[in-house]
Design a protein around this ligand. Structure first.
Ligand code: ADP
Ligand code: SF4
Length: 677
């Protein structure tokens, strides 16, 4: 039977290899890197199992002089690194997919903290990798140095071929690689690698030619090129030199993988960019080359994917995040199970695997990063071991995921929530400005729960300990969430802030109780909440000052690549930003803030304070029920999600999933519950 989506399943020739379909997992970081090759390989293999026709690595260092520490990326410095990559290519080939490797020689982005080798740059320029402000500069690469880099790239390509890769990248994107730096109009070299565009393209052209010469007989040579940096005339522009560069190299590579740079543009969050946001920039490429083109844009809708191909924007649908949130996205489309796609919410918690240097996590997919160490599969879970029934109190992300996964195991689950609608904090938070896609955390779970006959959901059912005991259910999971504090106690203050100002919490605001006039948002939480509430209030006509003890506003959003955009949005809304200050006291008309270092005090006009500090776990039910566990009226009792330990939504989902996996198992708290690499 033909379907509108058939085009997504047509094989496509890429140089000497053939991709089985149009689902292309573009290179993406994962925090495993060279340190945890088994975890990395199992994660990539899962994508192939789920139907991705091409599965690529993250950026892979080709030589010790491009050492990307303190981050953990891929490594192919020498032959010793080949076996680790064989783990991946075997895992990917097992499912009929092609394996691609993104060879990287980074210039000023390589701070070489581990190798202690000076990095090469087009000129001696400041290092921008690491924490962005690492002391030190690159060494200006001589012509001999550039020859060496070409040789190292060639050697790495040969090693990659030995390791079994089918597609080998020449990488010039993300304002990181030496090749991209040399393409820049800021390359002021006086030799044949600087000056005219032809000269600036020379190194990249040579690198592609070298790679084709070394491995092009059996491997496809792909180019990853950022066609715009969103810097206007200061950077690469899709309607400027990028066009000329693509035209000059059009038929040289076997595949064009095009995107926008830097990473925060390429992986823009849903708060700032919607599906298909890169099309405007990359659409021209196909008009200049006959080679296949892959692009990204957080595509999760099969219709948008088909449309992108039919409109001639790209030939293959590139994805990092959609493949993380749902490794089985292609297979689900193939089987016509579109409603089962676990759509990425565009929150970039996955990115924090790399930026925090830990194995990748995902808000939507709690099994991401756990494929090897916990043997978790995103679609398969152990069947039930008994006829036990489970009562879950609270249908936030933790309770919903616990119910869904226990239901998938075959257990009878009763899920209750005090509210009329499921979703808990996600229901409220997704109504904040531009966070609507976060609702997908609820929607996917409710769709699945609807399909599973053995899960019974009772909304509008606030439960007391007595109700729970009277229900006679022997197994109880408490997922009752948490409530934002009102007193100012948090990371910085261990005592309540004194005063008589009107105090609001994020819960108040999200439930529609908004302050007016001069409002101070006191952010000692440091993730998105303070910033997004400041945005909400400013849009509602308040005169907002965001006060935070941190050195910058919404400081943890640096790790989700959002901080600059948050600053811009708040400044555009005339929000006054006051980092480095703690809330000292408040009165009905003023608030006193003090500098965290000097203690200098400032009095600000203030009609209301919004306290965004810590949350108090709603664990009362759990403690009330503990005696019933002790005396045998309950067989098991488990506290999960924010009720156990307030954290990000991804952690609540994970906690619910873990509870479902561990149900009926004997857990020894002395034993590490996962394999350690
Ligand atoms: P988490 O992030 O851990 O899932 P949330 O705060 O998002 O936590 O969700 C907790 C849910 O629990 C909310 O929807 C809330 O209405 C519900 N809840 C809290 N207490 C009770 C209770 N006693 N009975 C039923 N539902 C409750
Ligand atoms: Fe998407 Fe968020 Fe998962 Fe990343 S962590 S894949 S952005 S849902």
């Amino acid at each position: 039977m033909t379907s509108r989506y058939d085009i997504l399943f047509q094989p496509i020739q890429i140089g000497p290899v053939t991709a089985p379909n149009r689902f292309y997992q573009v290179p993406h970081c994962n925090g495993f890197g060279w340190r945890m090759p088994k975890g990395m390989a199992a994660m990539r293999g899962m994508k192939a199992e789920g139907g991705w026709g091409v599965v690529c690595t993250e950026e892979v260092e080709i030589h010790h002089s491009t050492d990307l520490s303190p981050y953990f990326e891929g490594r192919l410095w020498g032959d010793d690194d080949i076996p680790a990559w064989e783990l991946m290519t075997e895992a990917v080939h097992k499912h009929g997919a092609l394996a691609g490797i993104e060879l990287a020689y980074n210039g000023h982005d390589a701070v070489n903290l581990y190798s202690r080798t000076p990095a090469f740059g087009p000129r001696s320029m400041s290092l921008t990798g690491g924490n962005e402000f690492e002391p030190g500069q690159t060494r200006a690469a001589s012509k001999e140095d550039l020859k060496l880099v070409r040789k190292w790239h060639r050697n790495a390509a040969i090693r990659a071929k030995k390791a079994g890769f089918d597609i080998i990248y020449c990488y010039a994107a993300h304002n990181m690689t030496l090749a991209f730096h040399l393409l820049s109009k800021h390359n002021d070299r006086a030799d044949e690698y600087g000056g005219s565009l032809e000269n600036r393209v020379r190194f990249f052209r040579e690198m592609i030619e070298d790679t084709k010469d070394a491995v092009g007989d059996t491997c496809a040579v792909a180019v990853r090129f950022a066609v715009d940096e969103l810097l206007g005339g200061d950077g690469m522009q899709y309607d400027g030199e990028a066009r000329d560069i693509v035209a000059m190299l059009a038929e040289l590579p076997d595949l064009w993988d095009v995107n926008i740079s830097g990473w925060s543009n390429d992986s823009a969050t849903s708060r700032f960019a919607k599906e298909g946001y890169q099309e405007k920039y990359i659409a021209f490429v196909k008009s200049l080359t006959t080679k296949p083109v892959v692009g990204v844009g957080r595509y999760t809708s099969p219709d948008s994917m088909v449309s992108a191909i039919e409109r001639g924007v790209m030939d293959l649908i590139g994805a990092a995040r959609p493949s993380i949130a749902d490794p089985f996205l292609p297979n689900k489309i193939k089987e016509g199970r579109h409603e089962d796609i676990r759509e990425c919410i565009g929150c970039n918690i996955c990115v924090t695997g790399d930026t925090r240097m830990v194995p990748i996590r995902c808000t939507q997919n709690p099994t991401m990063g756990e494929e090897y160490r916990r043997d978790w599969h995103p679609e398969i879970i152990a069947p039930k071991k008994s006829a036990d029934e489970i009562l879950i109190i609270g249908a936030g992300p933790a309770g919903l995921e616990a119910a869904r996964a226990l239901g998938q195991r075959g257990y009878k689950v009763i899920l209750t929530d005090a509210k009329r609608e499921a979703g808990g904090r996600v229901l409220l938070e997704s109504q904040l400005p531009n966070l609507i896609e976060w609702r997908r955390v609820i929607d996917w779970r409710l769709t699945q729960i609807d399909k599973i006959g053995n899960i019974y959901f009772y909304p509008s059912s606030p439960m007391t300990a007595q109700d729970i005991l009277e229900s006679g259910e022997p197994h109880v999971i408490i997922a009752t969430g948490s409530a934002w504090r009102r007193d100012g106690i948090g990371r910085t203050l261990s005592h309540p802030v004194q005063g008589e100002a009107k105090i609001f919490t994020p819960d108040d605001l999200m439930n529609g109780d908004l302050p007016s006039g001069n409002v101070i948002v006191y952010d000692d939480d440091h993730y998105y909440m303070g910033g997004v509430l400041a945005e909400l209030l400013a849009t509602n006509g308040c005169n907002v000052t965001l006060v935070t003890p941190a050195t910058s506003v919404s400081c943890w959003t640096e790790f989700t690549l959002e901080q600059d955009r948050i600053y811009k949005r708040l400044l555009d809304l005339n929000v006054t930003l006051l980092p480095h200050h703690v809330l000292a006291s408040h009165s009905p008309e003023t608030a006193t803030v003090s500098h965290v270092v000097t203690n200098a005090e400032t009095v600000l006009p203030c009609d209301a304070v919004v306290m965004v500090t810590e949350r108090i776990p709603n664990d009362r039910l759990y403690h009330e029920l503990k005696p019933a566990l002790a005396d045998g009226r309950l067989k098991s009792l488990r506290l999960i999600g924010d009720a156990e330990a307030p954290n990000i939504i991804a952690q609540a989902v994970f906690s619910g999933h873990l509870a479902a996996r561990e149900f009926g198992e004997t857990i020894d708290p002395d034993v590490t519950p996962f394999k350690v690499e």
